[in-house]
Design a protein around this ligand. Structure first.
Ligand SMILES: [Ca+2]
Length: 151
């Protein structure tokens, strides 16, 4: 049950793995509570095909192999309605800040499958660079939709 922290040395973040773990836990609980409170229990499994999710997450199991274009293609995200893409965005925005921040981007694979790996710092930076059009260091709903449309 130990989580891998092999990439800890490579991370530019000042947050330790342990703090990260606690934060995910809190955010997740808070999000679940908020989501139920709003009457919105949408999950990735409601939006996307379970087999597609499994294949897409499995394809990038190797460290530093993540390619967001191929990942989104494999998920069939581009074929989804703008509304569904927005729902996926909101699931990935765990703290409901209206943005997918760098930390949340690192957990993008886990957003689709809870046993998936975290992105490495390098992969996270590349994904952020691809999606962050206005350079504010995070990905907004519009930016996420454009990122999906570019696939
Ligand atoms: Ca957020």
């Amino acid at each position: 049950m130990r989580s891998s922290n092999q990439s800890a040395g490579a991370t530019a973040s000042s947050t330790t793995s342990q703090e990260f773990g606690e934060r995910i836990c809190c955010c997740h609980l808070r999000w679940s509570w908020k989501a139920s409170w709003r009457g919105c229990r949408m999950s990735m499994a409601d939006l996307l095909n379970a087999e597609d999710i499994k294949k897409a997450v499995g394809a990038f199991a190797a460290t530093d192999s993540f390619d967001h274009k191929r990942f989104f293609q494999m998920l069939g995200l581009k074929k989804k309605s703008p509304d569904d893409v927005r729902k996926v965005f909101h699931i990935l925005d765990k703290d409901k800040s209206g943005f997918i921040e760098e930390e949340e981007l690192g957990f993008i694979l886990k957003g689709f499958s809870s046993d998936a790996r975290d992105l490495t710092a390098k992969e996270t930076k590349m994904l952020l660079a691809a999606g962050d059009k206005d350079g504010d260091g995070k990905i907004g709903a519009e930016e996420f939709s454009s990122l999906v449309a570019e696939c």
